[in-house]
Design a protein around this ligand. Structure first.
Ligand code: 2AL
Length: 246
């Protein structure tokens, strides 16, 4: 099967790291296509970034459909464009926040989320609420590192590890959810250091999509998630108008 893993920001170094995490867990019959949009923000850490990442992300879903992709992962912790992606894709689409929170709910009574900037905390809470995960979520903590500095600041892993250890302690939680795809490669190391389960959404989502595809499951398209009705789109979005079928 082909799983397209979309890093919805346009930083390809980050996409390459996400690809390695995905490959580390993908089954022998799974091909990982790790992609980034050709347009959009370099990182996603505001509502504005998130909104403007979605057109490029949806173009990648459309491209994946043309190539016969069996399922998709949206590899950004805000799960941008998830519902719209489900309208476009034939196969299942899973966001890393929803996959990580669901996985963490199996690991104890409550989990703590450790995200990047303080301003992303509200979005993580909104998603926990939206997914019915709020009762499992003890708290959401920021480590105050911008997304792109995760890769350039040599102390970033130490700061994130310390934030995870402090979150466990303060919240009395059983597990940690990493709140950014850019933290994916640190998951095992942080888990060893803090002595608690640490969930990375990239691997959780890849395995979730792989399971759904293996089970022959896909987004139901009889109602809300049916293909969007075709109509003209104006201006720079004119290419996003869906063709009239039949
Ligand atoms: C993210 C993420 O996963 N990718 C990105 O660009 N921003 N998440 C975050 N909490 O900042």
């Amino acid at each position: 099967m082909i799983i397209t893993v979309i890093n919805p920001n346009t930083t390809w170094d980050m996409t390459a790291a996400i690809e390695l995490s995905a490959l580390a867990v993908a089954g022998p019959d799974t091909v990982i296509r790790a992609v980034s949009p050709t347009m959009g923000p370099a990182s996603i850490e505001s509502h504005y970034d998130e909104a403007l990442a979605v057109p490029g992300l949806l173009a990648e879903i459309a491209g994946g459909e043309e190539l016969g992709s069996d399922g998709y992962v949206i590899a950004c912790f805000g799960d941008p464009g998830l519902d719209a992606a489900r309208e476009l894709a034939g196969g299942p689409v899973v966001g890393i926040a929803e996959a990580a929170m669901h996985a963490a709910s199996f690991l104890g009574r409550r989990f703590s989320v450790v995200t990047t900037l303080e301003r992303t905390v509200g979005r993580a809470w909104d998603l926990a609420e939206h997914y019915g995960m709020r009762r499992f979520c003890a708290n959401v903590h920021a480590c105050d590192i911008p997304v792109l500095e995760l890769d350039t600041d040599p102390y970033a892993i130490k700061r994130v590890t310390d934030a995870c250890a402090a979150a466990l302690e303060q919240d009395g939680s059983d597990a940690i959810v990493l709140g950014c795809a850019g933290m994916s490669s640190w998951c095992g190391q942080i888990g060893e250091e803090i002595g608690a389960p640490v969930v990375d959404g990239v691997t959780a989502a890849v395995l979730q999509v792989q399971s759904l595809v293996t089970m022959g499951l896909y987004t139901g398209d009889r109602g809300e998630f049916a293909p969007p009705p075709p109509k003209p789109y104006a201006g720079v979005l004119s290419d996003f108008a869906l063709p009239v079928t039949e």
